[in-house]
Design a binder for this molecule. Sequence first.
Ligand SMILES: [Zn+2]
Length: 500
Amino acid sequence: MSALTSPDLAPIVDLVVWVETRDDDSSDEGPVAMAASHVGRVRLHPDGRHLVLAGQDPIGSEDPMAFLPYDRECASPGPRTSRENAYPDAASRILSLFADPTRSPDVAVLHTPRHFFPEQGGHVGEHGSLDVVQSRAPLLLSGRGVRGGGIIDDHARLVDVCPTLATMAGVPDADLCDAGGDRLDGRVLTEHLGGERLAEPKVIGILWDGAHCGELLHLAKSGELPGIARLIRDGVALRGGAVAQFPSVTLTNHTSILTGLGPGRHGVLGNVFYDRATGERVVPNNASTWHRSAEWLRPAVRTVFDLVNDLAPQEGSPRTACVNEAVDRGADYSTMAMIRASGSSSGAAGLNDQLPDAHASVHVHDLAHLDDSYFAWCTQVDDLGLEQMRQLWGTLESAPTLTWWANIVSDAGHHAGGPRSQIARDSLRDSDSRLVSFLEHLDGLGITDQVTFLLTADHGFEGSDPTVTGSWRPALDRLGIPFRDEGPGFIYLLPDPGQT
Ligand SMILES: [Zn+2]
């Protein structure tokens, strides 16, 4: 551990985290989460107590509302030490990452928010940390059966989305369990539900990948995101958003959102992880593997689509639909199922010639952004997603009970420029244009007020500092012990080949 927490690595290593099984007293507390940095080492008890074991507590705060109101985040977007930062629900989120029997790393290393590591896949805008800003996704509930309130000072967790969507769709509380009968990690956000619901509810969950919570609410308030503003007017948005699971990366959190479970229970530990049981390096967040995501879910996992499908079947049309989302197990209609059925051996990556032309999109605010190939591809995928949504919602009667609609260009915009950059803001405007277009489609059918909406994201974003570069790998190499570093940041210690 001391190799990773030496002061010379402090500009790039924010924290090192792991779990320990206590054997120093008779407590039956089970594994406890640990965190260290160059300033000290702390044991994090599940009840929130911090026991400092050396030096200073490296975890300054666990406040989920830290750096709010948004002006505070804008005033200090950048370099922060871990003692000036905040890590909500640190113990429970660390414990979940380390709870998988064969896929959890031995140690996880958090990049500092400033760390810029393009040679290892890093971008100008990044996420993945345990910290509050990278873990803060927006959360809006709107429409039929939602209590109003506008923007309020509250927060939730992304694991709360699945049980909340399922409840909105009519799933009884007793059924909010995994296949083994254990309760989900998330809870139903009942405090925001109320009013008259339909006998056959219609629910739409919307995800804008990587949409920055503070930016989303700020731009909606200033009139630049009329679709979001409309959802807030007819519902509620949490200023503190919803806290992602750790690591705050895409596939881990899409899976947590749609299963109500932390990674230690659902099994998708990261966008890249290693499975000791199979000796396999798993890369679930990739255009060539998204359609296979259900293969990595642990057996007891039930998705929100499974939960809703256990209700009585819907005659002649899908009860559940999953648009442009990798975690689609159980959905009656699914973009990924169509990709699987196409027989494309490289998944979505092999079907690019079937996507619409990005330059012909009416939703792009600045065509110059299409020079970024990821932004251009996301534009194509999102335009096709909107088309699927229009087809699924031909009438209220034929529309699915639960529709999940993932959009991705907001991830491309924030990776390319970081939060508050022009390309990030335009990516939110583009997504909002698609949302407005779909709401107008519902308006045309006269059914918008019959629908319950939930809008969220899978993580937040922070901007890196191009001058803060480097790698912790040489420090690990110098130890002379076999290891894998996936991500980078998940450290797996391997058996010494000379010993086996
Ligand atoms: Zn993402």
